[in-house]
Design a protein around this ligand. Structure first.
Ligand code: HEM
Length: 517
């Protein structure tokens, strides 16, 4: 093979790339060829210079943005901490939090500031509309759609949220409690019927149960029962794609592509539900679900929300109720199985408050008086908070401290976990101690600012009351109807992160009908 370029013999000074090429060639027993159409070594040199300059620029920008914040001295070229973010782990996050109250990292040139201290976390939560906007994760926009209300910020968000808040008051939510109880009992029956000698992972059944409950509460009978399984399965594809980092192109076969297709199917049914709900309320039907309650309010006012807007709102609610609530419920079952002394107290309280009648659902007033049950749920969510951190994006230079201003475009992440494991507020922070919530003068009750399970500020979880009521009702009812054993493994205390956290072994439980002692 003859070489097709006739440039003078390169030296390291004249062209480093061509020089290396010649060095490489000298090692080979045959002649390598530059086809005539390939750029000459001088062009390669120019490309190398540009690439090198970009790499130097990248490091310079990283150091200029990071300033004195703890973090890598040099960022990994181009990808940053991409590999770590592909496999997020609590251990890696803990390392990052241990770096300091504020620390820096980067993924694909996205500069990220992570707040571990409670003051800074709350400062970020409270900055939306002035310095920041909610970011969720990059894939959230194409999946939930760009015009979904969850991406609103500032005044428009406050107005929209004010309208939705009225459907999440305790009074509004109490009308669904008996329905929730009925659905829970149906699912308990299924879990008991499916129970085998071996404990089974409960992630799948719990997720489906939450979807069935949430669809009933949000959409009533406007989503037929036989569609619930379909939407639940589709939603799993959506959840799996909502990772901190995803493949940037949404081509067939990628998680985000699958999630977009799944959203289209779910939206088809939710759009139909919105139209049916409007027709039901227009015809004078009594509200039987959140969509109906919304229609009733909106027909009495001037602003009419389109079927698409209503369906998108429910889509956003389902995301949260599916994932975070499943995490909260699974850990509540796990913690109670691992602490029989706590379960015994929960049962005693339930039997007392229900007056021995275990066949009927619990009322809101009764639930309110379950002091020990509510402390148990609160403690379970503290110990294993479903959401570890919430990404926000800086929209204007944000002075987080007097010395450090996060530049526009930075991803700022308030972390919830460190505040919820602060030993000064929660002594023995890794122990499950519902009693800490029973002393009104104790540090736990005296430091509500540390209880960041549901976030803080303008975007604080809209569903927190619903989630707390649901988990308490389910666990309370389960405690008097069933026994459950937890098969502990080496992975039970380890955490896997699928948008929210779950026991790494999927939580292996064996349910059986309650044996009264
Ligand atoms: C244990 C269960 C849950 C946990 C731990 C949880 C946690 C959170 C957290 C940490 C945030 C971010 C708050 C912030 O940025 O300050 C959030 C937002 C949100 N959650 Fe939840 N959530 C739960 C259940 C639910 C449920 C059942 C719903 C259903 C309605 C829901 C709907 C939402 C919505 C719509 C937002 C965004 C609110 C806004 O931007 O105004 N969540 N949640």
């Amino acid at each position: 093979m003859a070489s097709s370029h006739s440039a003078p013999a390169p030296t390291a000074e004249s062209s480093p790339l061509a020089f290396f090429f010649d060095q490489f060639q000298s090692q080979l027993p045959f002649q390598l060829t530059f086809p005539a159409s390939l750029p000459s070594p001088n062009v390669w040199t120019s490309i190398a210079v540009v690439v090198l300059s970009l790499l130097v620029l990248e490091q310079t920008v990283w150091r200029a943005k990071r300033k004195f914040l703890p973090g890598d001295k040099w960022t990994i070229p181009i990808i940053g901490q991409f590999v770590n973010s592909l496999h997020p782990s609590l251990e890696n996050y803990q390392k990052q939090w241990a770096m300091g109250p504020l620390s820096a990292t980067s993924v694909f040139n996205m500069f990220i500031v992570i707040a571990s201290a409670n003051d800074f976390a709350r400062k970020i939560f409270n900055s939306s509309g002035t310095y920041t906007e909610p970011m969720l994760v990059a894939a959230a926009r194409p999946i939930l759609e760009h015009d979904n209300w969850v991406f609103l910020n500032g005044k428009v968000h406050i107005d929209y949220r004010r309208m939705l808040n009225q459907f999440f008051t305790r009074k509004s939510l109490s009308m669904y409690l008996s329905l929730q109880d009925q659905i829970a009992r149906e699912h308990f029956q299924e879990w008991l019927a499916d129970s085998t000698d071996e404990a089974q992972p409960v992630m799948g059944p719990m997720r489906y149960f939450n979807m069935a409950t949430s669809l009933r509460v949000f959409c009533g009978s406007h989503v037929p029962r036989d569609t619930v399984r379909l939407i639940s399965d589709k939603y799993w594809l959506i959840t799996k794609a909502l990772e901190l980092v995803n493949f940037p192109l949404h081509i067939p076969g990628t998680k985000v592509y699958n999630a977009i297709q799944a959203r289209k199917v779910a939206m088809k049914h939710l759009l139909k539900a919105a139209a049916l709900s409007k027709a039901h309320v227009r015809a004078g039907g009594e509200p039987d679900c959140m969509m109906d309650a919304w229609c009733k309010v909106m027909f009495a006012q001037e602003r009419e929300y389109s079927d698409k807007e209503m369906a998108q709102v429910v889509l956003s609610f389902l995301f949260a109720s599916q994932d975070a609530m499943t995490s909260g419920l699974i850990y509540a079952f796990q913690h109670l199985a691992d602490h029989p002394e706590v379960l015994a107290k929960v049962r005693e309280e339930q039997e007392q408050i229900r007056g021995g009648d275990l066949t009927r659902g619990i009322t809101l007033e009764e639930l309110d008086s379950c002091t020990y049950l509510r402390a148990t749920v609160k403690e379970s969510l503290r110990l294993k908070p479903p959401v570890l951190m919430v990404p926000y994006k800086v929209t204007a230079p944000f002075p987080i401290t007097p010395d450090y201003t996060a530049p526009r475009g930075t991803m700022v992440i308030p972390s919830l976990y460190p505040s919820l494991h602060d030993p000064a507020v929660y002594p023995e922070p890794t122990s499950f101690l519902p009693e800490r919530w029973l002393d009104p003068k104790g540090t736990a009750e005296q430091s509500p600012k540390n209880y960041l399970v549901f976030g803080a500020g303008a975007h604080r979880c809209i569903g927190y009351e619903y989630a707390l009521m649901h988990i308490a009702m389910v666990v309370g009812t389960a405690s008097v109807l069933m026994d459950w054993e937890h098969s502990t493994t080496q992975e039970s205390e380890k955490v896997q992160i699928i948008a929210t956290i779950f026991p790494k072994d999927g939580c292996l439980l064996k349910f059986s009908p309650r044996q009264r002692k």
